[in-house]
Design a binder for this molecule. Structure first.
Ligand code: B16
Ligand code: MG
Length: 213
């Protein structure tokens, strides 16, 4: 049975996936690197430096690690400018209701995100206090598709991985959930992915039916 739900953050509880895209696009344009929507989907759930590597695949020149750090830093600055605009209104539709329903049923809720900006985002959305555990990019060595962030969330909750359900918008995240031995629910464009998710959600509100039938 499902005792805990581990929510991915970007692309699930808040549409900061668009902000990531815009910030990378701004950086890529400045560098004269081609960057389009299809590359955008490959950035979901993977770390900042790994995202940069995906973008640099389209570059004609090579970058030193010092230059790469600077580009990632620049992108993060652009991204933080966009995050400054976040308010509680920006929580994805249904997210507050779904979290409240879980809590009412005694199902624990946690965050499992690759983002180092997780604390800032949860604070701005006014959601931080709702989670029993937050595991994010600041605390892990390997990001999704490695299961580390989800296993850390389960450990913080003191719940066995097989009793956790992960909600994800990324291919990398679904793979990570599987490797962690957890159940998964896919939402967003990833519902059409070939990776087996246990459930596919068109809207976050459908989650309660998945958990309590
Ligand atoms: P940051 P998630 C991920 O968050 C994003 O999906 C991914 O696009 C981003 O590169 C990664 O966080 C790192 O974010 O630059 O803020 O540390 O989907 O795992 O919540
Ligand atoms: Mg995500």
């Amino acid at each position: 049975s499902i005792l805990a739900v581990i929510f991915d953050l970007d692309g699930v509880l808040v549409h900061t996936d668009q902000y990531h895209y815009q910030a990378w696009k701004r950086m890529a344009d400045e560098e004269g690197i081609v960057f389009d929507e299809s590359a955008g989907d490959r950035l979901r759930g993977v770390s900042r430096m790994e995202s940069l590597e995906v973008i640099l695949e389209k570059s004609s020149r090579t970058y030193t690690s010092v230059e790469k750090e600077a580009l990632a830093e620049k992108k993060n600055g652009y991204y933080r400018e966009l995050l400054d605009r976040l308010t509680p209104e920006d929580a994805a539709p249904g997210s507050c209701e779904v979290i409240a329903a879980c809590k009412q049923q005694g199902t624990k809720v946690a965050i499992g995100s690759s983002s180092r900006n997780t604390p800032v985002i949860l604070e701005r959305l006014g959601l931080l206090h709702l989670f029993e555990a937050v595991a994010d990019g600041n605390e892990i060595v390997n990001s999704k598709p490695d299961p580390e962030v989800f296993l850390l969330a389960a450990k913080k909750l003191a719940i066995d991985p097989e009793c956790c359900l992960v909600v994800e918008d990324a291919e990398a995240g679904l793979i990570a959930a599987k490797r962690a031995g957890m159940k998964s629910a896919a939402i967003g464009t990833v519902i059409n992915s070939l990776t087996a998710a246990d459930y596919r959600l068109h809207r976050l509100e459908e989650l309660t039916a998945v958990i309590w039938g």
